[in-house]
Design a protein around this ligand. Structure first.
Ligand code: CP3
Length: 358
């Protein structure tokens, strides 16, 4: 892997809380069905999993939003459910129903049978995609690798797919907590190995998606999600100095836990729109960078409304951060949706850059 300097490193600098010329911006799910070129590639490839498992196509789709918008980072095109798929659960996507597993894990025996997949065989397609994307990016912007959190992966593995009430996994937490902790432990070992392998393949920052941490009561979060996120923050090897790949712990509904997350050893915390950035900045006191947090639905507003909301988020962060915009990575509070207008994304990215210029 070459270490040629990046053309645009403001995303990595902001994650290290170093000064930048303008606030960097990328968007969760920036590659996806809202882009006509994505839909065309998907029609050619046949399916989402067919795209994710083909490094050339994953690379092509990763680069699509960067060709249109002045984004400050690329994110690997893949999915969080690659790990349980490689553990043998049989991931598939039922049309219009989201992800599902053929063999969910619902008892202590099937949990005990799980092991950490080999990163350069079972998950080689992910590492090949990372290597190819790094090469094709040619140092334009940094590449983000990612994983699901141990808890969020466990939700899909136990429920067998998406869920509204998380009845099965919450019953397991109450009735068989030791079995659930065994599952969370193997998931944590796998996440650490997976992120370390993505970094070795060329990923320059790493994000953990704790999409479902917010469905837990604070006490259950402190038992079943936070300790495993903290272990990742402590144990994930990520290099030194300006070669260090910063870690971002994103969580939906993590507002109650910002102080604990800031003390975990992570470089950055991603937040959704239910907490104000200024409050998050005050409560984390400069220990971490913050990423977020526009309500994705703002993209349904008019261009003028989008500009007003972007400025408000930038200023809210600055006001809570002692008058400085440093340490902020602009993003949505969650992923984009297929019915969003690409022209509105261009407006948002442009406004973040021009309004925050310094
Ligand atoms: O941000 C990016 O652009 C990178 C790519 C990315 C995808 N999934 C692509 C994808 C990332 C980071 C993910 C993570 C992911 N996958 C999460 C955590 C992020 C979050 O939203 O909180 C979760 C929970 C999943 C599981 C998953 N995969 C779901 C719920 C779905 C949506 C199913 C649907 O029909 O909408 C997927 C499929 C998926 N992953 C798509 C994309 C672009 C849609 C694929 C398609 O149908 O073409």
């Amino acid at each position: 892997m070459s270490h040629a300097p990046l053309e645009n490193d403001r995303f990595l600098r902001a994650l290290r809380r170093q000064p930048v010329d303008r606030t960097p911006v990328w968007l969760m799910r920036q590659a996806g069905r809202y882009l006509p070129e994505y839909r065309a590639t998907r029609a050619r490839a046949g399916s989402f999993l067919g795209m994710a498992k083909n490094p050339e196509i994953a690379c092509e789709v990763t680069l699509q939003p960067l060709a249109r918008f002045d984004l400050d980072a690329a994110i690997l095109f893949s999915d969080i459910l690659t790990i349980p798929d490689a553990m043998g659960l049989g991931l598939y996507f039922a049309e219009g129903e989201g992800p599902k597993f053929e063999r969910p894990v619902r008892d202590a025996a099937s949990i005990a049978a799980l092991s950490v997949p080999d990163m350069e065989t079972e998950l080689r397609y992910v590492m090949d995609a990372v290597r190819l994307i790094r090469r094709e990016l040619r140092g334009k912007v940094p590449l983000i690798g990612f994983s699901g959190s141990p808890w969020t992966l466990a939700c899909y593995m136990v429920e067998g797919g998406g869920s509204k009430d998380f009845a099965r996994i919450k019953a397991m937490a109450l009735n068989e907590p030791a079995a659930l902790h065994t599952l969370l432990k193997v998931n944590t070992d796998a996440v650490i190995a997976y992120l370390a392998a993505q970094r070795a393949a060329g990923a320059q920052a790493l994000q953990v998606f704790d999409t479902w941490g917010g469905v837990l009561s604070p006490a259950m979060y402190r038992e079943f999600s936070l300790p495993y996120l903290s272990r990742i923050a402590r144990e994930l090897p990520r290099g030194e100095g300006d070669q260090r790949a910063p870690l971002i712990l994103f969580g939906k509904g993590n507002a109650a836990h910002l102080e604990a997350l800031a003390d975990s050893g992570t470089e950055a915390v991603g937040v959704d729109w239910l907490v104000e950035l200024g409050e998050a900045a005050r409560r984390t006191g400069g220990k971490v960078a913050l990423q977020g947090n526009l309500d994705p639905a703002v993209l349904y507003g008019s261009p003028d409304a989008i500009r007003v909301q972007a400025r408000a988020a930038l200023d809210n962060y600055r006001d809570g951060n002692g008058g400085s915009r440093e340490g902020h990575v602009f993003n949505l509070g969650h992923g984009m949706s297929p019915d969003m207008n690409p022209e509105h994304v261009a407006v948002l990215v442009e406004e973040v850059h021009t309004y925050s210029a310094r």
